[in-house]
Ligand binder design. Structure first.
Ligand code: NAD
Ligand code: DAU
Length: 349
């Protein structure tokens, strides 16, 4: 094998798309998916690759240093793409410590193990996948650039900002080769239905209220998850060590407008009369400290590495809605609580 890449968080939403891309595109790489399988990690996301010769799954928690060391040794890990994290802002408001544990201490554990295991740092790369939320909120126009000062506003973004700082500190202090990317909001298949888009698709289908925080005027910049995976592939192979790359789709939407669009699409796909689903829109109490607007300037990645999003949003959102409608069983499994038992019975029997 040319490389043995540790991808953390590979059973989650974005990680599973990255794992599938690397396993199929690079048969000469060994892809080691390390994931502790929290509520957000689902091996069913990986059934297309689970039998591939170049794919291995390791159930290990980032907080278990000895488990991490064993994986590095067993698989002779050459590079890391680190995605594992607690990822949901609302959960970070109710339980910030869980985010410090996984996102900060877990990342430092992983850095320590990589630092201890690798001998010639120039031969290896530690790629940290991060978020645009570290830059704070754009309330007065403009875009997040790679040079924008960090200004995290939620416990989630504070924990991700901290992990980014540790990655840079390990490059500066110990000479580890690192790269960081900060991406905008992802959407697409396999996203856990606590996030806005899959939550609304699920609720529209079941005639449940669509909770809009505050006035629904907050803006997010949406990117199709497979385009994010392709950007990670580009940056992993062609990015410059020590650099940061912003990833985004130049695709800003106010929350209320994206929910109205989902209502229109769902009315059409479910054969409901126009305007039926939008009656489910319910304005609820705002998220505490709710960031007003995120918008990424992705020109560095476009100019230096030639990456571009492949899908227009209109096409991506149709594909996404179709995927959730065609994969009702997935939605039931991941929300049912006994998902792992289901998986073992159905896929490992
Ligand atoms: P996710 O919540 O869907 O998946 C996270 C995965 O990490 C899960 O499989 C979970 O089991 C695993 N995990 C959590 N804690 C762990 C631990 N202690 N040890 C080992 N594994 C653990 O997250 P996602 O939305 O796919 O996000 C992946 C990464 O991308 C995160 O680092 C996130 O900050 C970043 N990101 C996400 C978005 C987005 O829109 N979702 C945008 C930009 C950046
Ligand atoms: O910007 C990148 C970030 O995007 C990632 O780093 C995070 O991991 C990811 O969860 C996402 O964070 P957001 O908070 O932007 O995503 P979420 O889907 O939770 O919310 C999107 C917007 O919709 C946000 O303004 C809050 C609002 N919202 C969300 C939910 C779940 C609602 O109005 N109602 C809801 O029920």
């Amino acid at each position: 094998m040319q490389k043995s890449i540790l991808i953390t968080g590979g059973a989650g939403f974005i990680g599973s798309h990255v794992v599938k891309l690397f396993v199929s595109k690079y048969p000469k790489y060994k892809v080691v998916n390390l994931d502790s399988l929290t509520y957000a990690g689902n091996l069913e996301n990986l059934k297309e690759v689970e039998k591939a010769d170049n794919y291995v799954f390791e159930k290990v928690d980032l907080l278990e240093e000895s488990g991490l060391k064993a994986v590095f040794e067993k698989h002779e890990i050459t590079d890391v793409i680190h995605l594992a994290a607690e990822s949901h802002v609302d959960r970070s408001i109710s339980d910030p410590l869980a985010f410090v544990k996984t996102n900060v201490i877990g990342t430092v554990n992983l850095l320590n193990v990589a630092r201890g295991y690798w001998k010639d740092y120039d031969a290896h790369l530690f790629y940290h996948v991060s978020t645009d939320e570290v830059y704070g909120s754009l309330d007065n126009g403009g875009y997040f650039e790679e040079t924008t000062a960090y200004d995290p506003q939620s416990p989630y973004s504070a924990s991700k900002a901290s992990s980014d700082h540790f990655v840079r500190a390990y490059a500066n202090t110990y000479g580890l080769r690192t790269v960081i990317s900060n991406c905008s909001n992802n959407y697409g298949p396999n996203q856990f239905p606590e996030k806005l888009i899959p939550l609304c698709v699920h609720n529209i289908k079941n005639n449940k209220p669509l909770p809009i925080y505050g006035k629904g005027e907050n803006v997010r910049d949406w990117l199709y998850v497979i385009d994010h995976a392709h950007a990670i592939d580009k940056i992993f192979h062609e990015g410059k060590a020590g650099e940061t790359y912003n990833i985004g789709g130049w695709n800003e939407w106010q929350n209320i407008n994206i929910v109205k669009l989902l209502c229109e699409i769902m009315d059409r796909k479910l054969g409901r009369e126009k305007g039926t689903s939008s009656k489910l829109i319910t304005f609820v109490k705002d998220r505490a400290g709710h960031d007003m607007r995120y918008a990424i300037d992705a020109s560095k990645l476009e100019k230096e590495l030639g990456w571009k999003p492949s899908l227009q949003f209109e096409e991506g959102i149709e594909k996404t809605v179709d995927w959730y409608l065609e994969n009702e069983a997935w939605l039931e499994h991941v929300t049912s609580g006994d998902y792992q038992k289901y998986y073992i019975e159905h896929y490992q029997a």
